[in-house]
Ligand binder design. Structure first.
Ligand code: PMV
Length: 360
């Protein structure tokens, strides 16, 4: 597969106006993507659980302009409020994907978007937001080219989403998605996320993720800056090699359902991600004191209860608490009794592994 495969020939139909709507979930990485090359190519492969409840719904209305324009013509709103400040990001996205969607300059777009999770909860909406928009745009392309196969639709949606936000490439499908070339994973690609192709033990079915909202404020360092700091990072190469090795180890862990080994990889990946931040130049810390309090509580509870609760982190202070569905009642109780106190305003979100984006 190459980029060339996603450049369309002429379209079969002409359409003057229409609309489409997609709901796309967020995802939580188990092996983290941190560092990238030119063209949104990941420095290392990653794998994630697709989430279910945390999602973005985007409605896209489009109408043909009298003549194509140089810039892009669009309006964008979030939860009914016009968002002028989102425009530069969308314009950059359109510029990156224009080669693959030549109709972009021919239409005016009205983008209405809303998130299922509370606004400014510190939950990154870029994966769900960019994948929902990519799906809406692919839907237009499919209306122009009705013979498009389902496989091409899904692959190109992931390809476009990646150009919006790397991790968005992993939000099109579920329940487990891998993105980035990995020698031991057949079909893996730097260009798109693929559905994890090997055996997955039933213990991972309905795997739960309770997201503890430790700090709902704006992050001090964006992930764009964080990715950039992996260039010339003293530990970058060892880190990239480790991600490959962890993905290889996960193949047998997913097959056998060995949760003790699963936990070691997942927690080590989370701490390594943050260790990369702390050892960048300039260095920074996104964890908060309560992030560490929660991690210590989880370790103590796991030891004492002999359950398989573990944590992961994304690029922020919030904690994702992961556990098998069979342990849900005891771990829910633990979260309420011991962890909610560390959340900002006691807020947390109950989620679980999901099956990918849907037409809304
Ligand atoms: O998709 P981005 O550029 O916001 O990067 C996301 C990076 C992490 O969330 C920290 C890890 C990952 O693989 O999702």
């Amino acid at each position: 597969m190459t980029e060339q495969d996603f450049i369309p020939n002429t379209y079969a139909k002409e359409i003057s106006s229409g609309k489409t709507s997609w709901k796309s979930p967020s995802n939580i990485a188990l092996v983290k993507y941190w560092g990238k090359k030119e063209g949104q190519i990941p420095a290392n492969p990653s794998i994630s659980f697709t989430l279910d409840n945390c999602a973005t719904t985007t409605n896209l209305n489009f109408s043909k302009l009298a003549k194509p324009i140089e810039d892009y013509s669009f309006d964008i709103s979030l939860e009914g409020k016009v968002k002028e400040d989102f425009k530069p990001k969308i314009a950059t996205f359109f510029k990156r994907i224009e080669k693959y969607l030549p109709f972009l300059k021919e239409y005016h777009f009205t983008i209405e978007t809303s998130n299922s999770f509370p606004h400014s909860s510190g939950i990154a909406s870029s994966a769900s937001g960019m994948s929902a928009l990519a799906l809406c745009l692919m839907d237009i392309e499919r209306q122009l080219n009705p013979l498009m196969s389902e496989g091409y639709f899904t692959q190109k949606a992931s390809f476009l989403a990646r150009l919006g936000s790397g991790s968005a490439a992993r939000s099109i499908q579920g329940p487990i998605v891998q993105w980035g070339n990995h020698n031991d994973t057949e079909g893996s690609s730097d260009l798109i996320g693929i559905k994890y192709p090997y055996k997955v033990h039933e213990v991972f079915e309905n795997y739960c993720d309770t997201i503890l909202l430790v700090d709902k404020g704006q992050k001090q360092v964006s992930s764009t800056v964080g990715h950039d700091l992996m260039h010339n990072h003293p530990f970058a190469n060892q880190r990239f090699d480790q991600a490959h090795e962890n993905l290889t180890s996960l193949i047998s862990i997913f097959a056998s359902g060995d949760l003790n080994e699963f936990i070691k990889i997942v927690e080590s990946e989370a701490l390594t991600l943050h260790a990369m931040m702390m050892t960048s130049m300039p260095y920074f810390i996104l964890m908060k004191p309560n992030t560490l309090e929660i991690i210590n509580k989880i370790w103590a509870f796991r030891e004492q209860s002999k359950t398989h609760v573990c944590f992961t982190l994304d690029a922020g202070a919030n904690v994702h608490v992961l556990y098998p569905e069979s342990e849900k009642s005891i771990i829910d109780q633990f979260i309420k009794n011991e962890l909610v106190a560390y959340c900002e305003n006691g807020q947390y979100i109950c989620d679980q592994i999901g099956f990918g984006a849907k037409k809304a």
